[in-house]
Design a protein around this ligand. Structure first.
Ligand code: ARG
Length: 591
């Protein structure tokens, strides 16, 4: 059933045909869509097109709705279609049709989700920490959110090129090389490289403040490195390798993998060409020895944030592509990178995941990339910084070491809970469950929030067994598994795998309808680059399941009804597992 349209699309196609045949004068670009009804009592889906279209055609909206509905005729999915208020069309699904729909989803590993991404490619630039510096909280969020976007898009059929765009070519390397030569503690460097590199960097930086000749020497080391000096190159490679080893430990633990790990250095040779091309096109010019893109000629609209200067004036922000000392900028590297990606992968979109502080950078560089002829869709997914209560990640902005401690603590706290809820479990299993629950809790605390809102992490909320948390959803899966086990025990030889689904009770119908919307949640989460859309869906699903579980008998129901209910249960578990999987969260069989 891979080509099954979503429920809303199926109804939307039907409604659109009705509108078009009733109103042949409708312009081709008119949008006629159907969406879930927000309020109970107004059907399951709603089409609000009549109001807008009537206005455009200068007709009465209710009459437009009436005519469209009459022209649409009947649809097997729709039991009742009513016009309400100024011209809403409220659609109520037919129970038997909905039941068949849920049966189809229940026997499909993808729960009826289409693959609109087949044949399309996206490049996903995420995590991207800076070498020799601790991963700060921004990189951690980028890693967790980026990885969920990766999984969501792959599931929808996209070819995803996940690229960890390491910051491995900054000006910090001059100071680092000087510092390393003078103050390195080899044992500390081997044991925890990033911590030691950071210490060295800070010390070298302080030295450069006190002693200008130190700074000059550091600059000379940077020039040597960039010119390919063998000894400096060797040191730099060692910094990259040691940092990567530490980052990889985190990635392995979080279940994160990349298709490419191309740092900024990979594009180094292309930077002069980018600046030359900008100059040749008349887009960049000299400004006190530096080279800038001033975007006059193709000015962005007046109220565009690109135009806002620090002093509050509205004029285009110049985008620096080469400093007066000849060094290139962050923007130059991103331009070279996007040109290379466009050429190598011909992607439909390039998506960048970083914290909110880089919004201006991305707007500027997207603007210049367009001027350079990049037509690929460019998307900056930004998120707010997560607030951490004292004593979790904190003091030094959540460095790698602290992140590992946070993950350790999550597992320890989860273990205490598992020991309480499942004392009979062997210790090794308890630990394995605690790992999945602890890591899931940390990831979900991040993913369940709108990326663009400020989030405060608390242990109580992340690990709550009730409420919108990973443990709650994981626990729901495990509870369903045990219901299914009981069925197998009590009814040996019984089977619900192909049982017809009947939607006799209101709670049952509400659950089935929500299940049938799984594909819509996945599509919306991917399209908006907001994993929280899927998290919200999963939380509602488990809440509907709870009221189903509390209000109707399963095992004590009469034969037939019993199998129908168990089939629904198992489909709910499949949706929860698939959905959590798309968020990078494991679901242990037992909790
Ligand atoms: N390394 C950068 C930082 O730590 C993030 C890079 C994001 N990706 C990009 N193509 N600019 O801030």
């Amino acid at each position: 059933m891979n080509d099954m349209p979503t429920l809303r699309d199926e109804l939307g196609i039907w409604m659109a045909a009705g509108f078009r045949s009733a109103l042949p004068e409708l312009p081709a670009d008119a949008v006629i869509a159907v969406a879930p009804t927000a309020q109970a009592g107004f059907g399951d889906y709603q089409c609000n097109a009549a109001m807008g279209l009537a206005k455009r055609l200068r007709k009465a909206p209710r009459e437009v709705a009436q005519a469209a509905l009459a022209a649409a005729g009947t649809h097997p999915a729709v039991a009742k279609a009513e016009i309400a208020g100024p011209g809403f069309i409220n659609l109520t699904l037919d129970d038997a049709w909905l039941a068949r729909r849920v049966e189809a989803a229940a026997s499909d590993a993808r729960l009826g989700t289409p693959r609109p991404g087949d044949g399309r490619t996206i490049v996903l630039d995420y995590s991207s920490p800076n070498v020799a510096k601790p991963m700060h909280i921004g990189h951690i969020r980028s890693t967790v959110i980026g990885n969920a976007l990766d999984r969501l898009h792959r599931f929808l059929g996209y070819r995803v090129v996940a690229d960890n765009h390491l910051g491995d070519w900054g000006t910090q390397f001059g100071l680092l090389i000087m510092g390393f030569r003078h103050f390195a503690d080899t044992a500390a460097y081997e044991a925890s490289p990033i911590e030691e590199l950071e210490r060295i960097y800070v010390k070298s930086y302080e030295q450069s403040k006190a002693d200008p000749s130190w700074l000059d020497a550091a600059k000379a080391e940077l020039v040597k490195l960039q010119a390919g000096d063998a000894e400096n190159r060797r040191l730099w490679e060692s910094f990259v390798e040691h940092s990567m080893r530490e980052f990889d430990r985190i990635y392995a633990r979080l279940g994160v993998t990349f298709d490419l790990v191309r740092g900024e250095s990979w594009y180094n040779e292309r930077l002069p060409g980018v600046v030359a091309r900008l100059e040749k096109l008349g887009l960049a010019r000299d400004s006190d020895g530096a080279v800038c893109v001033f975007s006059d000629g193709t000015l962005p609209p007046k109220d565009d944030p690109l135009m806002k200067q620090e002093d509050g004036e509205w004029k285009p922000a110049p985008c620096l592509v080469r400093k007066s000392d000849g060094a290139f900028n962050y923007a130059t590297t991103d331009l070279a990178t996007v040109l290379s990606r466009a050429e190598e992968f011909a992607p439909d979109a390039v998506i960048y995941v970083t914290d909110e502080r880089q919004q201006l950078h991305f707007r500027q560089f997207f603007h210049v990339a367009r001027a350079l002829g990049v037509t690929t869709r460019l998307v900056h997914v930004w998120f707010g910084l997560m607030r951490l209560p004292e004593g979790t990640f904190s003091t030094r902005q959540g460095n790698v070491i602290k992140l590992e401690r946070l993950l350790d603590e999550a597992e320890e706290r989860a273990l205490a809970i598992v020991k309480q809820t499942s004392p009979e479990m062997p210790e090794a299993v308890q630990r394995e469950v605690a790992r999945a629950v602890g890591l899931g809790a940390v990831k979900y605390a991040d993913l369940s929030q709108n990326p663009q809102s400020l989030v405060t992490f608390t242990w109580d909320k992340a690990l709550a067994l009730e409420g919108n948390s990973a443990p709650y959803l994981q626990y729901a899966c495990a509870r369903i598994a045990s219901v299914l086990d009981k069925y197998a025990e009590q009814f040996p030889g019984g089977s619900f795998a192909a049982a017809p689904v009947a939607l006799g009770e209101a709670v049952e119908r509400a659950l089935a309808l929500h299940l049938a919307r799984f594909p819509e949640a996945v599509l919306d989460a991917a399209a908006a680059c907001k994993p929280n859309v899927l998290a919200d869906y999963l939380f509602s699903l488990s809440q509907l399941y709870s009221s189903f579980y509390q209000n109707v008998p399963f095992l004590k129901a009469p034969e037939g009804v019993r199998e129908s209910r168990l089939r629904l249960c198992s489909a709910v578990a499949a949706a929860l597992r698939a959905g959590l999987g798309l968020l990078g969260i494991e679901t242990p069989a037992r909790i």
